[in-house]
Design a protein around this ligand. Structure first.
Ligand SMILES: [Zn+2]
Length: 459
């Protein structure tokens, strides 16, 4: 395939087009094609019908695979990649607060610019490899807050993955104000630079979690989100400890406290929401607040099961994120499917819901919160497209799609990734990045990071 110019039109063809989640009207087009121009999709249909329009476009051959929208990760931690193989400090944690205190907090306190950049680049390359073309990241680096979002932005632009960035403001080391300032200065610069709906990088205002954020900080963050017209992104009731601390200090549940502080609303991402009452679900629904479900993380930390079926019944928009456990949204979907079948004792549970969370709700969520028109192959949508090396061994149509997705496509190799109309990975090769050299650089950074981690000083 010739090397396309940066703004070349692309004609992705010789494959089966899946235009989006089939529970939301997605179509399946045999011998289909997608035509892009600039950052957008301009036509979708049968290859023969589109060919004339595509005369000047660069052809991207799907080699008989599945052409579908890139996946969206609604809650990611780019900072966590270099924790692989790192043992927590002290005795093995036996509950979630101990996991935070012995692993994640000392890790984020040990990060610096070079280690953060390496952590992010490795994770973003893994995103492209697994077909994730958009992430909503939630960052923490208590010793290195000022300028940290710019480091992540650089990694996004270098790899070409689309991302929304924020820093989780926390008062746990008395650095809430510094965290707020970093969010504001980054978001102000991004907003001034890009007003276009196709912007590769956007901003949110992040808060770590209710139990590490004091009232004054919460108030200032809510005000900043309002002033800058941005969404809020925070961990909510991930563990029962969050609810207990809130009850003790404020006499309120976590969601009640957030509602009182004006932190709920249609542009808020309340992530986890594992330990929430019926009243809290009512508050989330009434305010239009979005929930992001992270089944792998919840099982890994043994914190409990988010009541997703009940949230969906009450019309809360629930999306899916990985919490940094993986870059691959298809693995996360598989975990959601199995967790909710197992938890409900019903082998027919959560089949359609799993596909809905990933393929329908995540696109709706990023449009609602960030203004990106993503997750569908339709004219006018952003050209974030992947190709899966998947050749259906049974009939593939709208009725059978979910079975193919959850039991076949879920483990298929991703051969091609296009973001904003730019070819970032072709035939399994990521353009412009030497992955082995990147891994070597990351391992060097990890060795130094782990030394700082073991010294274990709070910032
Ligand atoms: Zn998280």
């Amino acid at each position: 395939m010739p090397e396309p110019e940066k703004d070349a039109a692309l004609f992705i063809c010789h494959g089966t087009v899946v235009t989006g989640g089939t529970s939301d009207g997605g179509r399946i087009i045999a011998d289909g094609a997608v035509l892009t121009a600039g950052s957008r999709i301009i036509a979708v249909g049968r290859r023969g019908e589109l060919r004339r329009k595509a005369r000047n476009a660069v052809e991207v051959d799907a080699r008989g695979g599945i052409i579908m929208p890139g996946m969206i990760n609604a809650h990611m931690h780019l900072y966590s990649t270099l924790a692989r193989g790192l043992a927590p400090l002290g005795p093995l944690p036996r509950n979630f607060p101990a996991v935070l205190e012995r692993l994640w907090w000392p890790l984020d306190a040990a990060l610096d610019g070079p280690s953060l950049h390496a952590s992010a680049e490795v994770a973003l390359v893994e995103c492209l490899r697994s077909g994730t073309t958009t992430i909503v990241d939630h960052h923490e680096s208590q010793s290195f807050q000022k300028g940290s979002l710019k480091v992540l932005e650089r990694a996004l632009r270098r790899t070409g993955v689309r991302g929304a960035l924020c820093l989780g403001i926390s008062d746990r080391y008395g650095r809430g104000t510094e965290g707020l300032e970093e969010n504001i200065s980054f978001a102000s610069r991004i907003a001034a630079r890009e007003k276009d709906g196709a912007a590769l990088v956007k901003a949110m205002i992040g808060l770590h979690a209710a139990f590490t954020v004091e009232e004054a900080t919460l108030k200032e963050a809510v005000q900043a989100a309002e002033d800058l017209d941005l969404g809020l992104h925070l961990h909510v009731a991930e563990d029962l400890a969050d609810q207990r601390a809130c009850r003790k200090k404020y006499g309120l549940s976590v969601v009640e406290r957030l509602a009182r502080g004006g932190a709920l609303g249609p542009r808020t991402l309340a992530v986890h929401a594992v330990h929430i009452s019926r009243e809290e679900i009512r508050l989330l629904a009434a305010s239009g607040t979005n929930v992001v479900h992270k089944p792998q993380s919840n099982m890994n930390n043994a914190v409990g099961v988010c009541p997703v079926p009940r949230l969906l019944r009450k019309n809360v928009l629930v999306g899916l994120g990985t919490d940094g456990m993986t870059a691959d949204m298809r693995q996360e979907a598989r975990a959601a499917l199995l967790l909710h079948k197992h938890a409900s004792g019903n082998p027919s549970a959560f089949f359609e819901e799993t596909c809905r969370l990933l393929l329908v709700n995540n696109p709706t969520l990023v449009r609602k919160v960030l203004g990106w028109k993503l997750g569908r192959l339709r004219p006018g949508y952003l050209a974030d497209i992947i190709v899966l090396d998947y050749h259906p061994p049974t009939p593939l149509n709208r009725n059978t799609f979910m079975g193919h997705f959850l039991f076949g496509m879920i483990s298929a190799r991703v051969s091609t990734a296009i973001v904003n109309g730019i070819l970032r990975m072709a035939d399994g090769k990521i353009r412009g990045i030497d992955e082995k050299a990147l891994a070597r650089r990351a391992a060097e950074q990890a060795a130094a990071l782990w030394k700082r981690f073991r010294r274990g000083k709070s910032p």
